[in-house]
Design a protein around this ligand. Structure first.
Ligand code: 3PG
Length: 305
């Protein structure tokens, strides 16, 4: 049994060691490729039974290069980087590791919000979170962690998620919202946690952003694809009070930074899940899940059923 751990963005060393221990204990072999190129991935998948990745793209070409591959585990939440149809066509099980890195992403939401509200720590007078309203768009694992932390800041918390019953939100002290326009127009901060799907791509644009209250802040730790960048640019141009912070650089980041220097912030590389703890949790879960599938057909978190 051979398992390839391929991460363009490496896990913390302690996480790699823990993954190695799980794979060793199962009597399997681990192949590790860090900071690899696409060609490295094509070469490395040739003889493996299992593949553990992060945001690394696994498309039909990669799958065609992996005749022995039986399981792909995305160590993390979003699996928009994996061609599910191609995997299904080859009888490959694709899983994610829900919840394992969600606290890390949620903490970054507040790291970026506080930084923006304190004017990027430039010495000028900023604003506080206490008493402000926060709209959480999608109440999954990250959204729920965001709500938990927001409560500590004393925020008024609302959330929209058509897949989550109102009671689940109410139990956590969150007011359910059923209309995306209301979520944007009624909240000082809106934090995006929707996955990138054909339905959500380009769905956050001019109309929604421009409807935000004065001094609104839009936070994106989801995917850059969910943003209609032209629409966002237009909204920021029209409303000099609005701000945008994102864990993913927009395609035209330079234009945003040139036009709105103090009002935008982008991490240089997706960093939400880039903590030692999240790496450890997601990496170990991925290794355990890959082994469990290869050994016993365990597929609790399969996403291409
Ligand atoms: C996820 O979907 O789990 C996050 O976006 C983290 O992605 P990463 O593993 O590439 O940091």
């Amino acid at each position: 049994m051979k398992i390839l751990v391929f991460t363009e963005k490496p896990f913390a060393p302690a996480a790699v060691k823990a993954i190695q221990n799980v794979i060793d204990a199962a009597g399997a072999d681990m192949k590790l490729v860090e900071r690899g190129t696409r060609q490295d991935l094509l070469d490395a998948v040739k003889d493996v039974d299992g593949l553990i990745i992060r945001s690394d793209v696994v498309d039909a070409e990669v799958i065609n290069h992996a005749p022995n591959l039986k399981v792909i585990v995305r160590a993390g939440a979003g699996y928009d980087n994996v061609d599910l149809q191609a995997a299904t066509n080859h009888g490959i099980c694709v899983m994610n590791t829900p919840g394992q890195n969600s606290n890390a992403v949620a903490e970054l939401v507040f790291g970026m919000i506080v930084m923006m509200c304190r004017n990027k720590y430039n010495g000028t007078s900023g604003s506080e979170l206490k008493g402000k309203s926060l709209g959480i768009y999608a109440f999954g694992q990250v959204g729920r962690n965001v709500a938990r932390i927001a409560a500590g800041f004393g925020m008024d918390i609302k959330a929209l998620d058509v897949f989550v019953p109102d009671e689940v939100m109410i139990q956590q002290g969150v007011t359910p919202v059923h209309d995306v326009k209301e979520l944007f127009s009624q909240n000082d901060f809106v934090s995006l946690h929707i996955p990138a799907t054909p339905e959500t791509k380009n769905s956050i644009g001019y109309e929604l952003v421009v409807s935000m209250p004065k001094n609104g802040v839009l936070v994106n730790t989801a995917r850059k694809e969910v943003i209609d960048e032209e629409g966002l640019l237009k909204a920021l141009e029209e409303r000099p009070d609005l701000r945008y912070v994102s864990d993913i650089k927009p395609a035209n980041a330079e234009e945003f930074e040139k036009k709105f220097a103090e009002r935008v912030f982008f991490t240089p590389k997706k960093m939400g899940a880039q903590t030692a703890e999240a790496n450890f949790n997601a990496g170990v879960a991925a290794a355990e899940q890959a082994i469990a599938y290869l050994r016993d057909g365990w597929n609790k978190y399969q996403v291409n059923k």
